[in-house]
Design a binder for this molecule. Structure first.
Ligand SMILES: [Zn+2]
Length: 296
């Protein structure tokens, strides 16, 4: 699933092509995309409106249209936006037509991606307030803020990081990378982290996301750029998907375990395991890597 760096990469790529343009038609081919709203309702709100900006919040892409109309897209597992695809994609769920004759296709084989409408800034803010926590590249993502959030959590730190209502935009890849950088075991309870560990984790989250962004995201699973260009962050993973390979710091083999229901990669020397978590994990390092990714 695309995470913050992948969605931000898509945003940066598409923004110059759509900002200032008018959406002349929105064709919803799969009604599940925007339910409970009907496709015609969303189309009626969007068509004929100029795109003021293409924004992002967490893993959502936001079409900010004139008259304070906002269309929020979530790509979920397999969604991708293709600009003027050379051949019609096989799983096109939505088609945007722009006033310069270009078209943008939302292609989504597994059909988990969503489109939601907010009429007015208040509705948009309410939508995000109930779903998303602090934005990692924003000024509010301080170690003090993160420390306060961890105090009231009962979750292991990996599950905490994946919870979009705490920190927006971090998913499985960047949670693993950040925890490795910070030397924190994924199963360590969030509330037990020291102030110093939380400060290190805050910096590690920003650094991992920043590296991902610099590499234009990771191209694993079904993530593709709008024009088919591949991000290269997967070649720079420090720990994620490296089961059995030597740790880049201490040479011990990287282990794969499950945390928060996800395939999780860890060096248990650099990221010491909390004693209580011993019984709660199973080593699934023998599973073939590719299918492990698909199922995680
Ligand atoms: Zn190590």
């Amino acid at each position: 699933m695309p995470e913050l760096p992948e969605v931000e990469t898509i945003r940066r790529h598409l923004a110059p092509h759509v900002e200032g343009r008018v959406i002349t038609a929105l064709e919803v081919r799969d009604p599940r995309w925007c339910r409970p709203l009907a496709g015609e309702e969303v189309a009626a709100a969007v068509q004929g409106r100029r795109v003021e900006a293409l924004g992002r919040r967490g893993k959502y892409l936001i079409w900010e249209l004139v008259d304070d109309v906002h269309l929020m897209l979530h790509l979920r597992m397999t969604g991708t936006l293709l600009l003027d695809p050379p051949a019609p994609p096989t799983h096109a769920r939505v088609r945007f037509a722009l006033d310069d004759g270009r078209e943008l296709i939302f292609d989504d084989p597994r059909r988990f991606g969503t489109g939601e409408l907010a009429l007015g800034g208040e509705a948009r803010d309410a939508f995000f307030a109930s779903r998303l926590g602090v934005e990692p590249f924003g000024p509010e993502f301080t170690s003090a803020h993160l420390y306060a959030l961890t105090r009231v959590s009962r979750a292991p730190i990996k599950a905490f990081l994946l919870d979009q209502r705490k920190v927006a935009g971090v998913g499985n890849i960047y949670a693993d990378e950040a925890l490795f950088r910070a030397g924190i075991h994924p199963l360590r309870p969030a509330s037990r982290l020291t102030r110093k560990q939380v400060a290190g984790l805050r910096d590690a989250v920003v650094a991992s996301l920043g590296e991902g962004l610099a590499a234009k995201g990771a191209s694993i699973d079904d993530f593709r750029h709008p024009d088919g260009v591949q991000g290269s962050f997967q070649d720079r993973f420090l720990i994620h998907l490296r089961a059995g390979e030597p740790c880049l710091v201490c040479d011990r083999p990287v282990r794969k375990l499950r945390a928060a229901g996800r395939g999780t990669y860890v060096c248990e020397k650099c990221q010491p395991r909390p004693r209580r978590a011993q019984a709660a994990t199973r080593n699934s390092a023998r599973r073939p890597e590719r299918s492990a990714v698909a199922s995680s």
